[in-house]
Every structure is written in structure tokens, then in C-alpha cells.
Design a binder for this molecule. Structure first.
Ligand code: SF4
Ligand code: MG
Length: 321
């Protein structure tokens, strides 16, 4: 659960003075077991920054993240950190980046099992069986032959499956997938997404799925959050939002995907407008520069959150009463 998160970064705007950029502004969300949260937005909207804060890769400037009710900033002891990192795993865009080209697939799966003491190092047979069973579970068959290969001998989709097998190996409870299929061929994307969907239910994982493609979000995410320039502008039930988008930016995103059930590779087109650079001093609604409904107050103060139904929220003046 993220509460009122803020993240500022220092940027070198010119040689004389340092300035700050606000990458995340007042973002809150919840994740649940066996449930997916898709975070959708253009590049630079703060999606990856959000995931990295959840993974404790860097601390928020404001607000906090709770894991089973505990502020993750307070997890500092080595043992607790190890346990946290085991439970909260990331899957990156580039399935090759996280694999070591000089090691076999067997080694890649065996290593996390040994590090996190899932198997005793002296029991070679048990280790082998465990590795093969994991490879089988992620659809890499025959497992024995796959295990003997090196990463470059696998396709991008197979490599991403190896990464997912490693997440299962350590018993990850939270998987943060940052555009996991964007570098894969369109034809194999659905297979990787289906596997993540299976992991979500069978392993009771909480899944964060980051994408710039709203259509793939409904594959594996019950909840959807739309981000724009570091703000969550609309969030809630995925189907409700896709069928009946309320925020002007979400409407633009959804209208860019004519048939979300078929198209999984449609890019946002049309009205690009001016995307603002947000700073701690910026005021108003981040979408004001592109919004056809913009009013004076939209440029003066960030709108409050309005609740539209049980699980549907929006941050826009059109919905304030
Ligand atoms: Fe448009 Fe104003 Fe709503 Fe922002 S708050 S989306 S500018 S109407
Ligand atoms: Mg990104």
C-alpha cells in the first residue's frame, strides 16, 4: 500500500543552479494477493519510479509505503531486508539484462533456491528436481534440455519465462513487472501475460503490471491506475474504467485503442499537446495544457480526489461537487 507518495529528483537544468523535478505527486494505491494492478501512462509519467519505490530501490521524498502494515523505510536489518527482497521481486523490460550470459539456465534457477535456502546445497538430486519442475511450470519444456542452455540460446519470451521461474523459486509475494513484454514479439506476448496471470492466482501473488498499453492491462489486472506526469488521474476497476473512462486524459488514452479486446499493440496517437515538466512549485492539474475542458482553477490548484463508485476514483474538477 502506497500512501501519498512524493518523489523529487535533482536535475541539472543549467550549470549555475540545481533544480528539482517532481516525478511523483501525491500518489496512493493498494495491492492485494492474487490481484493485479496495472499502471498505465506514457513514458515519464512516473510508472517505473512508483515500482522502484515499492521495491525499496529508493526512498520516497514524502509519504510512505506499507507492507503488511509496516513502513518499508523501517526495514533496515540485514535479515529483514533479505526477506523483503525475496518477497518483492521485479521483472524488467529487457529479459536479457537480468540474466548472466556466462551461466546456464540451470544456474540461474538454482542460485536463488540456494541463496534463499529453499533447497539444501548437499542434496543435488532435490535441487535438480526443483529446477526442472520450475522450468516446467513456466512452460520451458523439455526442462532438462532448457536447463543446459545459456541465455543467448533462448528467445526473448523464453528468457522472460526464466525470470518468472526465478520469482516463483524464491516464493515472491509481490511481483513488479515493468513493461515485461514490450521488447517481445507481439506473437509471444500473450503467452507471457497468461503465465503471469496463472502465477497471480496459483501463487497468490500481488502483481503490479506497468505498461503504456491500456489494452494489455485488462488481461491480467483487476485494478487500473492511469498516470499522467507523476499524478494518478484515474484509478479503480479496470473494466469500469475502460468501458466508461471519466478523466479527460483516460478518455484520450482509451479512444486511442479502438477495440481493446483485440488490439494489444496500439500506441497513443493524436493530440500530443504540451507535456509539462513538473516541479515542486508547479500548480494545478497536470493535464490542463492539453485538456479541452480546462478552467481557470485547473491551472491554480491540484484537484481533490472524487469517488465515482465503490472502486472508481478520479482527480479532476469536472467531478467535484
Ligand atoms: Fe481538465 Fe481541469 Fe479536469 Fe484537469 S482538472 S482534467 S484541466 S477539467
Ligand atoms: Mg519506464
Amino acid at each position: 500500500e502506497g500512501k501519498n507518495l512524493i518523489k523529487d529528483f535533482e536535475v541539472n537544468s543549467n550549470s549555475l543552479k540545481k533544480s528539482k523535478m517532481r516525478a511523483i505527486n501525491d500518489v496512493s494505491f493498494k495491492m492485494y494477493k492474487s490481484r493485479g494492478l496495472a499502471v498505465v501512462g506514457e513514458s515519464g509519467s512516473g510508472k517505473s519510479t512508483t515500482a522502484k519505490m515499492i521495491a525499496k530501490m529508493y526512498p520516497p521524498t514524502g509519504g510512505h509505503i506499507e507492507h503488511y502494515g509496516r513502513d518499508i523505510a523501517e526495514i533496515t536489518k540485514h535479515r529483514d531486508l533479505m526477506q523483503f527482497r525475496q518477497g518483492v521481486q521485479m521483472v524488467w523490460q529487457d529479459p536479457f539484462g537480468s540474466l548472466n550470459p556466462t551461466h546456464t539456465i540451470f544456474h540461474h534457477i538454482a542460485r536463488p533456491l540456494l541463496i534463499h535456502k529453499k533447497v539444501s546445497p548437499s542434496n543435488k538430486k532435490e535441487l535438480e528436481e526443483k529446477v526442472y519442475s520450475l522450468l516446467e511450470q513456466v512452460g520451458l519444456i523439455p526442462p532438462k534440455a532448457t536447463a543446459a542452455k545459456f541465455p543467448h540460446q533462448l528467445s526473448g519470451g523464453q528468457r522472460q519465462r526464466v525470470n518468472l521461474a526465478r520469482n516463483i523459486a524464491v516464493g515472491a509475494e509481490v511481483v513488479l513487472a515493468d513493461e515485461p513484454t514490450s521488447m517481445l514479439d507481439v506473437s509471444i506476448r500473450a503467452g507471457v501475460l497468461n503465465l503471469m496471470e496463472e502465477m497471480k492466482f496459483e501463487r497468490e501473488m500481488a502483481l503490479l503490471y506497468i505498461t503504456h498499453d491500456i489494452a494489455t492491462a485488462r488481461y491480467i489486472a483487476e485494478d487500473l491506475a492511469v498516470m499522467y506526469v507523476g499524478h494518478m488521474v484515474e484509478w479503480g476497476d479496470t473494466e469500469e474504467i475502460i468501458h466508461d473512462p471519466q478523466h479527460p486524459y483516460t478518455q484520450l488514452l482509451v479512444s486511442a485503442v479502438p477495440d481493446p479486446s483485440k488490439s494489444i499493440h496500439t500506441k497513443l496517437k493524436g493530440n500530443k499537446g504540451e507535456i509539462p515538466l513538473w516541479t515542486p512549485e508547479s500548480l494545478g492539474c497536470p493535464f490542463a495544457g492539453r485538456c479541452t475542458h480546462a478552467m481557470d482553477k485547473c491551472r491554480e490548484k491540484l484537484p481533490e480526489i472524487s469517488q465515482l463508485s465503490d472502486n472508481h476514483f478520479v482527480r479532476c474538477y469536472l467531478f467535484e461537487n
